[in-house]
Design a protein around this ligand. Structure first.
Ligand SMILES: NC(=O)c1ccc[n+]([C@@H]2O[C@H](COP(=O)([O-])OP(=O)(O)OC[C@H]3O[C@@H](n4cnc5c(N)ncnc54)[C@H](OP(=O)(O)O)[C@@H]3O)[C@@H](O)[C@H]2O)c1
Length: 511
């Protein structure tokens, strides 16, 4: 056994009755279980693995799970990473695959009447130019995140209130130190000892954010606007995990707003539309073409992805609370990319699904001809924060949902010419040639990630598919923002140069 790989030929023929941990070992029962066991053993690097053994208890982590799914896919057995989390044992996974038992989502049984009534107003026919409203003092949840910290930047630049930043930590000193390091990472010295920033050591998963009653009361009377940019943005995990962070924490922020009278700016994602290519890349393709407007929540989309599902539930909760007197706006964000002004990107860049695909394509140097109609959306983080805060500065309870995604998309032929000029040319090849090259990356050391990146995007014919047939519309928001003198910046050579240069500088891109 070397490098985590096992050689089946070296295994004893006799059936062992204990696994590595000395626990009774149950043999796989059928062909499907045998195939799963074989690949799980390769990935985890030891054998034998029994049918009741749990992938994660045996040392599997998210990276190993990706490798496992990728290898199973290579063996012709299709399931998603989420399925591994939901069914971590060989028996459970095999049962799931055999019965094709997909996550039961009963969105169709829910009542959307009151929500639809509120959303109705987010239409062109009700468009009106909003008046300026004071943002006042801010309570910022998710201040340490990529979006949160840029919202803070925009607030400090354009408003004059205090920013209370909720930051997790062991204690106040720990939270403050972590936050100061992040401020320095993103803005250098700009906010060193800024008196308008107040770090609050808090935990959104606890009642009253884990604060004492008196601290909580002080915030209730000090805050005028709450921005929620906190979320677990991991793509896989149990639904309970996502629910606690992405829905229960929102419930607490809503309670805070209802009690204090503060308005809530809640950030969400475009993938609530069912178009998972907008961020999570869990390829669902709708049978019919559907359009998703600011006046929509449920359009019959399936939401098998637990992350998108939790953000959907949070939106529903916010909109139902509007019915009860909450003053709230929801900002559905598109593909957040590098800062427009200088090309800087998020600290945890390795977790970004879009970036990983850009890297994989550039390092392969190939592009399939059947995707030449594709266009890419880049919504620079500083422009997104500015759009959100511009709307917050003109808050109205009549308009509730906005689509914060840049309209300045880049089509593939233009993108190729930019890449060429930046020294990373792509060769356009046939679908077959691309698929062959992709398969080969599985066997090339250091290139395996390329195949693993794309497995979730492939259709049954092994072709990459980025068309979910769910069209995200944003004319309403674009017109609303136009009236407020906001326009998305042009995404051209100037921006892409900063984009590529940044990733080369941090040694993420090797082309
Ligand atoms: N990035 C994108 O491309 C993108 C696209 C569409 C929508 N969005 C939306 O934008 C918002 C922010 O995303 P982001 O990209 O800025 O994410 P991010 O950089 O990962 O930041 C997430 C923030 O949430 C906080 N958080 C996570 N788990 C928490 C928990 N259990 N309790 C309290 N706080 C917790 C994090 O705090 P810690 O530092 O303590 O972990 C961090 O401040 C989310 O609503 C997301 O859905 C992002």
């Amino acid at each position: 056994m070397a490098n985590g790989k096992i050689n089946r030929g070296l295994l004893p023929d006799v059936v062992l009755n204990q696994n590595e941990k000395g626990v009774a070992y149950e043999k796989p029962e059928d062909e499907m279980e045998k195939r799963i066991v074989l690949i799980m053993e390769q990935v985890l690097g030891f054998a034998p693995i029994g049918r009741e053994d749990d992938f994660f208890d045996l040392g599997g982590d998210s990276l190993k799970a990706i490798e496992f799914v990728s290898k199973m896919h290579g063996d012709g057995i299709y399931f998603t990473l989420q399925n591994v989390y939901d069914h971590p044992t060989v028996r459970g996974l095999a049962e799931y695959i055999k019965t094709d038992n997909h996550l039961a989502v009963s969105l169709g049984d829910m009542d959307f009447t009151s929500v639809n009534h509120i959303l109705e107003k987010n239409k062109m026919e009700y468009m009106a130019t909003p008046r300026k409203e004071n943002v006042g003092s801010l309570l910022l949840a998710g201040a340490t995140g990529y979006l949160g910290i840029h919202i803070l930047d925009d607030f400090l630049e354009h408003d004059d209130g205090i920013a209370y930043c909720l930051v997790r930590g062991k204690n106040q000193v720990d939270s403050k130190k972590r936050f100061e390091e992040l401020l320095e990472f993103y803005f250098g010295d700009k906010y060193k000892e800024a008196s308008r920033i107040k770090v609050v050591c808090a935990d959104l998963q606890k009642d009253y954010f884990g604060l004492s009653k008196s601290e909580y009361s002080r915030l209730l009377s000090a805050v005028d606007t709450v921005v929620n940019a906190a979320a677990s943005v991991k793509h896989y995990g149990s639904y309970q995990y996502f629910y606690e962070i992405n829905v229960e924490a929102v419930r607490r922020l809503i309670e805070f707003c209802l009690e204090s009278g503060a308005k809530l700016i809640h950030t969400s994602r475009m993938s609530v539309s069912g178009n998972s290519f907008a961020d999570t890349f869990e390829g669902y393709v709708s049978e019919t073409e559907k359009h998703f407007y600011e006046s929509d929540l449920y359009i019959g989309q399936p939401l098998d992805n637990v992350y998108a599902r939790s953000k959907f539930e949070a939106e529903k909760l916010v909109l139902e609370s509007v019915q009860k007197g909450l003053r709230a706006n929801i900002m559905r964000l598109g593909n957040l990319t590098n800062r427009f002004r200088d090309g800087a990107f998020q600290k945890n860049h390795e977790t970004n699904a879009f970036l990983m695909r850009i890297k994989a394509i550039l390092e392969m140097g190939l592009f399939p001809d059947y995707l030449m109609d594709l266009y890419l959306e880049f919504t620079p983080i500083d422009a997104a924060a500015e759009a959100i805060m511009t709307i917050a500065r003109h808050f109205t309870v009549e308009r509730t949902v906005f689509h914060i995604n840049s309209t300045k998309v880049v089509y593939m032929d233009k993108m190729m010419s930019y890449f060429r000029e930046l020294g990373c040319p792509l060769e356009v090849v046939s679908g077959e040639a691309f698929t062959d090259a992709l398969r080969k990356t599985m066997e090339q050391k250091g290139q395996e990630y390329i195949f693993e990146t794309f497995i979730n995007d492939m259709d049954d014919d092994d072709r990459l598919n980025y068309d979910s047939k769910i069209r995200i519309e944003n004319e309403f928001t674009v017109e609303y923002l136009r009236r407020l003198d906001f326009e998305w910046p042009d995404i051209g050579m100037e921006y892409l140069k900063k984009y590529i240069t940044y990733f080369r500088k941090i040694n993420y891109l090797e082309v």
